[in-house]
Ligand binder design. Structure first.
Ligand SMILES: [Zn+2]
Length: 257
């Protein structure tokens, strides 16, 4: 994360309140996270420790600030695998989900669309909003791949999953975005688009097998921003610190075009 804070003019955020986070997570789960005293394995690949609760509230709070100012929350831990009642896949609090509920409850917005182009399926976000027709969730992801959800046919009226085969590159992503995501989001007429911006679909990323480049992320960002009068983004995955700053910069250019 330091590579990102060094690369951009950043505004420091404040932590989200317990009430704001409880719009998406159970009190029992948050109590458990808050009470951790030693490094603890919360699932097969999610370690949390004494300071993790504060870090998670800060990441969520930055995501709310991104909604306020149309910004990009450069935060870790990521959020889109976090479920209402448990941590999952490096994620503790579902930042983008907390941001969507904040936009509705405190900014007075109605329909919110979440566009998730992290290489993994945003199962936690899907879970939070599966039965909520006021939030549309659209995800492009490598499939099959962790966490295994988001396969063909796993959809409802406000859940759009676009599983893509390993090896997909810029043209495949843009075509899928144009054919599947854009028609659904436009028909939904959101007042805000929130982007779960992961960069682990990049060709050099060590965790997956896609071939997206900086140009591809710029184009996905440009197209995402064109879908609503307001846009904000939250960082999800992206695990090569050498490429991450340039990919975030490319996405920022796209959001501003
Ligand atoms: Zn990911």
């Amino acid at each position: 994360m330091l590579v990102l804070l060094d690369a951009f003019d950043v505004v420091e955020g404040r932590p989200a309140s317990r009430e704001q986070v409880e719009r998406c997570h159970s009190a029992d789960y948050l109590d458990r996270l808050e009470s951790l005293a030693v490094p603890t394995l919360l699932d097969a690949d999610t370690v949390a420790s004494k300071t993790s609760y504060d870090a998670a509230l800060l990441a969520a709070g930055c995501s709310l600030a991104a909604c306020d100012r149309g910004g990009f929350a450069l935060v870790r831990p990521p959020g889109h695998h976090a479920l209402p009642g448990r941590a999952m896949g490096f994620c503790l609090v579902n930042n983008v989900a907390v941001a969507a509920r904040y936009a509705q409850a405190e900014l007075g917005l109605g329909r919110v669309a979440i566009v998730d182009w992290d290489v993994h399926h945003g199962n936690g976000t899907q879970d939070v909003f599966w039965d909520d027709p006021s939030v549309l969730f659209a995800s492009l992801h490598q499939w099959p791949l962790y966490p295994g959800t988001g396969g063909p046919g796993e959809e409802n009226e406000t859940t759009v999953n676009v599983p893509l085969p390993a090896g997909a590159g810029d043209a495949d992503y843009v075509r899928a975005f144009e054919q599947r995501v854009e028609p659904a989001v436009r028909a939904f007429e959101p007042e805000l688009v929130l982007v779960s911006a992961g960069f682990d679909a990049h060709v050099d990323d060590p965790l997956a097998a896609m071939r997206v480049t900086g140009d591809g992320f710029r184009e996905l960002a440009r197209r995402s921003a064109a879908l609503a009068p307001r846009t904000a983004a939250v960082l999800e995955g992206g695990y090569d610190p050498r490429t991450l700053p340039s990919l975030v910069a490319a996405a920022l250019e796209g959001f501003r075009e």
